[in-house]
Design a binder for this molecule. Structure first.
Ligand code: NDP
Ligand code: 8X3
Length: 250
């Protein structure tokens, strides 16, 4: 049976790498993001059927309409990759613009539930073998300075994923919280609002995860036998680990 992956945030990083990975195995693709030129270019690069959608996941009506308007050929979605997301404001909580907190919540929480809600009927119809892969983060599990709302939004992704599993029991639809650690994408460029040297410095002299590493995990999770559900994957590069607790001293 033809398999279809619906990928949000396909214009960069994990989403773009996932488009290539799933295409390599012959999956048809629904690719979305706000940057239409990138989607058009990506479609050109891929040799499988691709439907592109210029879509801001924060806009619930637009998401609903885009899903309702999926061409027949792309409507029986097998795997939803809820990947679109971002971090902003790496400084401490007291220095952050409130609008940055709102943008993270609107994208990582509201956007993710908008897409999930719109696609649930389709995924349930697909049934056995269907998957929802929600991209969380180590920041949803472990606190660190400057993570504030970003980490909290990814903790939401984790708990929402577990809770969805309960409600989807009996449908055959699998749900996974895939939570990576440091990975070199445009993530830090976005987080620092375009500071290329901050991004280069973060990844310099170590071995972060690559977008392709995460795309491989996504493909593995979505292509497991139907009776296997990976609840949560937390993946760090070998060269990343935890630090000691911070102690305030006189
Ligand atoms: P990138 O910045 O490279 O890609 C982010 C993608 O999200 C882009 O395709 C962007 O598309 C899309 N996106 C952002 N906002 C919206 C929006 N409002 N509507 C639709 N699409 C949107 O980063 P990554 O690939 O690294 O990030 C992918 C996911 O992985 C995110 O959820 C991130 O939080 C998570 N993550 C990243 C880690 C890392 O270290 N890189 C580690 C752990 C998790 P466009 O701008 O065209 O709309
Ligand atoms: C991104 C990974 O370590 O910057 O989710 O929080 S980290």
């Amino acid at each position: 049976m033809k398999k279809i992956a619906f990928i949000t945030g396909a214009t960069s990083g994990f989403g773009k790498a996932a488009a290539h990975r799933f295409a390599k195995e012959g999956w048809s693709l629904v690719l979305s993001g706000r940057r239409i030129e990138r989607l058009l270019n990506l479609k050109e690069e891929l040799s499988v059927p691709v439907h592109i959608m210029q879509l801001d996941v924060r806009d619930a009506d637009a998401v609903k309409q885009a899903v309702a308007a999926l061409p027949d050929e792309f409507s029986a979605v097998t795997a939803l990759l809820n990947n679109a997301g971002l971090a902003l404001a790496p400084q401490g909580a007291a220095q952050v613009d409130l609008s940055d907190w709102h943008t993270m919540i609107d994208t990582n929480v509201t956007g993710l539930v908008n897409v999930t809600h719109a696609l649930l009927p389709t995924l349930i119809k697909t049934g056995s073998g269907a998957s929802i892969i929600n991209v969380g983060s180590i920041a949803g599990q472990w606190p660190y300075p400057g993570s504030h709302v970003y980490g909290a939004s990814k903790a939401f992704v984790k708990q929402f994923s577990y809770n969805l599993r309960c409600d989807l029991q009996g449908t055959g639809v699998r749900v996974t919280d895939l939570s990576p650690g440091i990975a070199e994408t445009e993530f830090t460029l976005v987080r620092t609002k375009g500071d290329q040297s901050a991004s280069d410095n973060l990844y310099q002299g170590t071995t972060p995860l690559s977008a392709e590493d995460i795309a491989e995990q996504m493909f593995y999770i979505a292509s497991l036998p139907d009776h296997i559900n990976i609840n949560r994957v937390e993946v760090m590069p070998t060269r990343q680990a935890w630090s000691p607790f911070a102690i305030d001293r006189d």
